[in-house]
Design a protein around this ligand. Structure first.
Ligand code: HEM
Length: 455
């Protein structure tokens, strides 16, 4: 018989720990990390006793263990997104489904989406007020929602507009519910569960229509939207996905794909406004047609402000050896993305916002982990990275972002994502149109008011 070896942790009652975690998981876990080191045990609301890891070797071991031995926890987003969602599937079923869902988001295909991202960014930013402070998050959410809707369904239409209104409501109520225990009798007539069920039923009505229409489209094989690709995809045994499976997966992509990306963009604005020197260099780089520092700034924003601060697994094997620990079947394990990114042995002066640490240097697969890792790593990572790059490029090209010495925005937990508490406030001025050669020659960056923006 194997002996279970678990890390230490506080012995305070579960409700006390729950209150501490709900009051601020980052602060609570940083305190536990200081006391117990890179692995500790907590009593998590909903999940029960959970091992929290942040040691790179142990996290690597967890992420690279086969999903027959360690896989997703039961209480995950799949509860809301449906039994056919990638989040809900486990083991072989998850592997089969992921194989069909990955190709639309493969690096090679991303160029197809680039122009629509630029179009959506330009369209939304045209509504930005000049010289008046505003919260960028709602705007970023509109950009990323339109982008993912167009990537998923292709052409726009009446249903597209209905989904544009419906999905933010579904995400809002779904995020709020994700933090709560699921009642035994799901979806009564009143309250947030009932509201969620109504939104979901409406989603199903709209999306089933879109799926049926696409399935009957004689030009399906010419289309490059995700729905068209899923309708034509085949499992290894030659069978197709059912329409219900497709509906669940599309909802998964639509919801997982827009709030996270929008939040990261708002954090990027929040960070850049407080780092004028970096902002000035980014503007100069964009004017000269470069992108290296911009890519590094996006990596660094996701390091210092990961929108998802932890990812979770459950031991499915009889027992699992992870570095110093031997975990029993059923043990919940979380990887703290936040604590990993705080580690001074992995990132010098980890509290500093320093994009240069990633210039000319790719981040480590098991140390820079805003997209999680292993067989369940985010399938939209390359898509989100490209999208954020294009949106930030448009912003730097078309606007002057005013810097600020206001205090940092705090992180506010919205059920799934950690968002800037003031929704990433910004003041912008539209830049005068200019030629590339002009800016390359002078190296100067002036806004529409003719002011120098470099610090
Ligand atoms: C900055 C934006 C994003 C962030 C920070 C993010 C983060 C994450 C994280 C942390 C996970 C869990 C990984 C794990 O458990 O190891 C995840 C899973 C997932 N994400 Fe993302 N994500 C982003 C954008 C997207 C986009 C654009 C899409 C789709 C187009 C997407 C689709 C998914 C899906 C389907 C999963 C489940 C994967 C699985 O269980 O196999 N995400 N994401």
């Amino acid at each position: 018989m194997t002996t279970v070896t678990l890390p230490d942790g506080p012995t305070t009652p579960a409700f006390v720990q729950a209150v501490e975690i709900l009051a601020g998981r980052t602060r609570a876990w940083r305190r536990l990390h200081a006391k117990y080191g890179s692995a500790f045990m907590v009593k998590m609301p909903r999940f029960g006793p959970t091992v929290v890891l942040s040691d790179p070797a142990e996290v690597k071991a967890l992420f690279t263990t086969h999903t027959d031995l360690v896989d997703n926890i039961d209480a995950n987003l799949g509860q809301f997104l449906g039994p056919g969602s990638l989040f809900a599937l486990r083991g072989e079923e998850h592997r089969k489904e992921r194989k069909l869902l990955t190709p639309p988001f493969h690096g090679r295909r991303l160029a197809v989406y680039e122009s629509l991202i630029e179009e959506e960014a330009v369209r939304e930013m045209a509504t930005w007020p000049s010289g008046t402070e505003f919260a960028t998050m709602d705007s970023m959410m509109r950009i990323t929602l339109n982008v993912i809707l167009r990537a998923v369904f292709g052409a726009e239409g009446a249903e597209f507009d209905q989904l544009r209104t419906l999905l933010p409501k579904l995400v809002l109520v779904g995020s709020a519910l994700a933090a709560l225990p699921v009642p035994r009798k799901l979806f009564g007539r009143f309250g947030p569960w009932a509201r969620f069920a109504r939104h979901r039923a409406e989603y199903d009505r709209i999306v089933q229509r879109l799926i049926e229409r696409a399935a009957a489209d004689p030009g399906l094989s010419e289309r490059d939207d995700v729905l068209a690709m899923l309708l034509q995809a085949r499992y290894d045994d030659g069978s197709a996905m059912t329409h219900n499976e497709i509906a669940d997966e599309l909802l998964t992509l639509l919801t997982a794909g827009h709030e996270t990306t929008a939040t990261s963009l708002s954090w990027t604005i929040e960070r850049l406004r407080r780092h004028p020197h970096i902002l000035g260099r980014l503007v100069a780089e964009a004017d000269a047609g470069g992108s290296e520092l911009r890519e590094a700034a996006l990596l660094e924003t996701q390091r210092v402000r990961p929108v998802i601060d932890a990812t979770a697994r459950k031991v499915r094997a009889e027992s699992l050896q992870l570095g110093r620990w031997t975990l029993p079947r059923g043990q919940g394990v979380m990887v703290s993305i936040r604590l990993m990114h705080d580690n001074p042995e992995l990132f010098t002066n980890p509290k500093d916002f320093d994009p240069d640490r990633f210039v000319g240097k790719r981040p480590g697969t098991f140390s820079w982990i805003p997209f999680g890792g292993g067989a369940r790593r985010c399938i939209g990572a390359a898509f989100a990275t490209m999208e954020m790059n294009v949106v930030l490029r448009v912003l730097l090209r078309d606007f002057t972002l005013e810097t600020t010495d206001a205090p940092d925005e705090r992180a506010h937990f919205r059920g799934v994502a950690l968002v800037p508490a003031k929704k990433g406030r910004a003041v912008v001025y539209r830049r005068a149109p200019r030629t590339t050669s002009q800016s390359v020659e002078t190296g100067e960056n002036q806004d529409a008011r003719g002011e120098q923006v470099t610090a």
